[in-house]
Design a protein around this ligand. Structure first.
Ligand code: FO1
Length: 314
């Protein structure tokens, strides 16, 4: 069956890799958030696309979560000596991606075309698409005012309390064409919203014009995997954001966030007692081992989702 995965960075990339390893190569399309993209030192940086691409290519740094394994930082050190900014760490080898992507974009290629070229070169066989070729930028409304996403996330280390989010350009951006074609494809068998941050990784994708309607009318069931287990986020600031937005920190809040959109909500086995308390209209709840530490964990979660969707077919 054809499968579509919607992903942010680290958590989403793990499940995308699991799906890629258990599905035939031409079955999986991964759409990545691009609202955390930004211009830095003259380069176009697309962190979530990078993280997913490096993970699918098997060359990511799994400890750090972002960037390349075996990275060196000589350019960053030299930059620092010259008085340049080093808060956003660009490794020597990672820089090659940003140099080439930026130069191809300047030549007039779309982000979709550039991503396909980079994926080809890195022998990533599954289709990886940006959510849009048009610019969308996440702005974080926090106690210090509005901050561009990477300034909030990396420079300020997510310290300021958040009050909300704004996705500049979202309503003018066209969702990536193949993404929308796949949502209209009768052979689409499963949509998975990966365990990514619902506020800053998934909402930028869902809020693109026509995406919610296309998800509601697509042939496939929509599954969402909770990035919150117990009262903690698997990775990143999702739990902190939830608390600051006045929401209870639990998978139940993620389920409520996806109300009206998701057919099956997947939460961790350890949250089984909470599962029975979730009562969202039209939403089934299932539990599964969602904490993906090893490669086997990623494949196992992918298999559980695929077989559940297969069994649930009318
Ligand atoms: N995350 C950090 O926490 N610190 C960094 O210095 C950093 C650099 C970086 C460079 C390239 C890239 O593709 C990603 C990078 N990230 C870094 C990750 C990224 O900012 C976040 O993980 C995502 O934006 C959140 O999904």
């Amino acid at each position: 069956m054809k499968v579509l995965a919607l992903s942010g960075g680290v958590g989403g990339a793990k499940l995308a890799l699991g799906l890629a390893r258990v599905l035939p190569v031409d079955a999986l399309t991964v759409v990545a958030n691009t609202a955390d993209d930004f211009e830095h030192l003259g380069f176009y940086i697309a962190p979530d696309l990078d993280t997913v691409m490096y993970t699918l290519a098997g060359i990511n740094d799994s400890e750090r979560g972002w960037g390349l394994a075996g990275e060196s930082w000589q350019c960053l050190d030299a930059l620092d000596r010259l008085g340049g900014e080093r808060w956003f760490q660009l490794g020597d080898r990672d820089l090659a991606t940003h140099i080439l992507r930026s130069s191809l974009l300047r030549e007039g290629l779309s982000l979709t075309e550039v991503t396909a070229r980079l994926c080809d070169a890195l022998q990533v066989a599954v289709t990886l698409l940006p959510m849009s070729d048009d610019p969308v930028r996440t702005l974080v409304d926090c106690e210090d005012g509005e901050l561009p996403f990477q300034h909030y996330f990396v420079r300020e280390q997510c310290r300021p309390a958040v009050r909300g989010f704004r996705f500049e350009g979202q309503q003018l951006a066209r969702p990536q064409a193949q993404f929308m074609e796949l949502l209209a494809d009768p052979e689409l068998g499963l949509v998975v919203i990966c365990p990514s941050n619902p506020f800053v990784s998934v909402d930028p994708i869902l809020g693109l014009p026509a995406v919610r309607d296309a998800l509601a009318s697509c042939a496939a069931p929509v599954y969402a995997v909770s990035p919150i287990v117990g009262d903690r986020a698997l990775k990143g600031p999702a739990a902190k954001m939830m608390a600051e937005l006045g929401l209870p920190v639990s998978a139940a809040s993620v389920a409520a966030h996806y109300r009206g959109l998701v057919d099956t909500f997947v939460m961790d086995d350890s949250d089984a007692t909470l599962a029975g308390t979730i009562d969202e209209p039209g939403m089934q709840v299932m539990t599964a081992p969602t904490v993906m530490k090893s490669l086997e964990d990623r494949e196992q979660l992918a298999r559980v989702l695929l077989s559940h969707a297969e069994d649930a077919k009318p």
